[in-house]
Write a protein that binds this ligand. Structure first.
Ligand code: HEM
Length: 433
């Protein structure tokens, strides 16, 4: 457990390297099975998912997301999924492209001054600001960037607080008035207030008629026909807000880093963008003609999957790959370690977008899973990939990013995979801009 707390990424990678694709480990009082073997992962996510519920490690997520689509199971989950699904269909998501490019324009403007002076900027918070705008405008019909100053620290705090590590401050009852509990409550209140404000605006007729919020306000309980209560609506909004913007912001950060760190990658991308777009703003129609952009994003999500691991809890005894899985034990599926398995990936530590070109064999199913898999696969994967592709294209058209000399960038596993200590990049105007 102490290594899990201080170096979770090193631990999961070592466990796979030393013991293989199915590993049982004791994390403090918990028995946890780490799965990186594609067959074992398929068993849990696709073949026998009813036996693998959210489990104890997801409980921490409820602190900031309530009981929403990410943290519930069974009928509770199903009703949320059915309600949310239409908003995430590819065609619907693609209609949001102009909102995405509009938000990127705002970021381009924000970076105009530092770029004119070739300054170094820690890009992480700005990319979170961008994805907060995209998420809230597309799904809520409201721009939550106006509250970014209070929301950003709340989100940052939640990323640590949601992971159960057995720290005393987490284990004490909620009513014990520690400083930690006071901070936690303050940040929870900030998030709740922001979501309640989104609802209030809709109720006042100030929202978007076709938004997810409108659908939630009109939803009824399947068994009673009663409207959803305020807490259930708020949980759903918090879930989408938290699961949607932070992950995508991380994906963007790592992709920009990959481009900044490798002049060869940047040159190839610039040349593709130049020949397909000239100086035009990218749109959905352009994407099929930008294969390198797609490969680059896929490779970035392989090497730095924003959700580096996700858990499950076993309901009943089971067997996976010849190993007994006791009821009540936990499972951990870490894309970060699966994506570095040398049995699947050549030189896994290298950033090579070409491995995703059609001429190469596709990786086996469940050996590449940045968005999870089975019925609980990420509902936002179309939105996330569209946002990352359009953003990376536009930012590369306008700016040239480089890693300042002597800067070492290392990932750290909070709920999402973040660059430890931020991501400082030098921003300059692209020569053609
Ligand atoms: C690069 C960005 C993203 C990554 C890497 C990512 C990753 C994931 C993963 C791995 C899961 C599965 C978790 C599990 O099975 O336990 C998941 C689920 C989920 N994601 Fe994402 N996600 C991203 C973006 C988004 C966006 C944009 C949204 C919404 C706006 C979103 C909303 C959700 C929700 C609601 C779930 C729960 C789905 C369910 O349980 O049915 N995610 N995500």
């Amino acid at each position: 457990m102490s290594r899990f707390k201080s170096d979770s990424l090193g631990l999961i990678t070592d466990l796979r390297r030393r013991y293989g694709g199915i590993v049982r480990v004791k994390l403090g009082p918990y028995v946890v099975h780490q799965l990186t073997d594609p067959g074992a992962i398929k068993h849990v996510l696709q073949d026998n998912p009813d036996n693998y519920r959210r489990g104890r490690f997801y409980q921490g997520f409820s602190l900031f997301m309530g009981r929403g689509m990410l943290t519930t199971d069974g009928a509770e989950w199903k009703k949320r999924k059915q309600l949310g699904q239409p908003f995430f269909q590819r065609a619907r998501v693609e209609q949001a492209a102009p909102i995405i490019t509009g938000c990127v324009e705002d970021l381009v403007e924000r970076w105009a001054k530092p770029a004119a002076n070739g300054e170094v900027v820690d890009v992480v918070d700005d990319l979170m600001w961008l994805s907060m705008g995209v998420l809230s405008r597309t799904l809520f019909g409201v721009d939550l960037r106006e509250r970014a100053e209070e929301l950003t620290p709340a989100v940052r705090f939640s990323l640590k607080a949601m992971i159960i590590t057995g720290k005393v401050e987490q284990m004490l009852p909620r009513w014990v008035p520690t400083r930690y509990q006071r901070t936690l409550k303050r940040h929870q209140a900030t998030l709740n207030a922001a979501m309640d404000d989104v609802v209030a605006r809709h109720l006042a007729g100030d929202g978007e008629p076709g938004s997810l919020v409108t659908a939630l306000l009109a939803a009824t309980e399947p068994d009673t026909g009663e409207p959803w209560d305020a807490r259930a609506i708020r949980a759903e909004l918090k879930t989408h807000f938290m699961a949607g913007h932070e992950t995508t912001g991380c994906g963007l950060a790592w992709t920009l880093h990959a481009i900044a760190a490798d002049p060869g990658v940047r040159a190839k991308l610039e040349s593709e963008l130049d020949s397909v777009l000239g100086g035009d703003t990218p749109a959905v129609e352009h994407l099929p003609r930008l294969p390198y952009l797609r490969q680059l994003v896929e490779e970035s999500l392989r090497l730095h999957p924003p959700i580096w691991a996700f858990p499950r809890g076993a309901v009943e005894d089971d067997e996976i790959g010849g190993y007994h899985i006791p009821a009540g034990s936990s499972l951990l599926i870490p894309p970060y370690a699966a994506h570095r398995d040398p049995d699947t990936w050549d030189s896994p530590e290298e950033f090579r977008p070409e491995r995703f070109c059609p001429a190469h064999a596709n990786p086996a199913r469940y050996s590449y899973l940045p968005f999870g898999g089975g019925a609980r696969r990420c509902i936002g994967h179309h939105l996330a990939t569209l946002e990352i592709q359009l953003t990376v294209a536009m930012l590369t058209q306008r700016y040239r990013f480089t890693v300042p000399q002597g800067t070492g960038i290392h990932p750290v596993g909070l709920v999402s995979l973040r660059p430890a200590g931020g991501l400082p990049l030098r921003i300059e105007r692209a020569t053609k801009a």
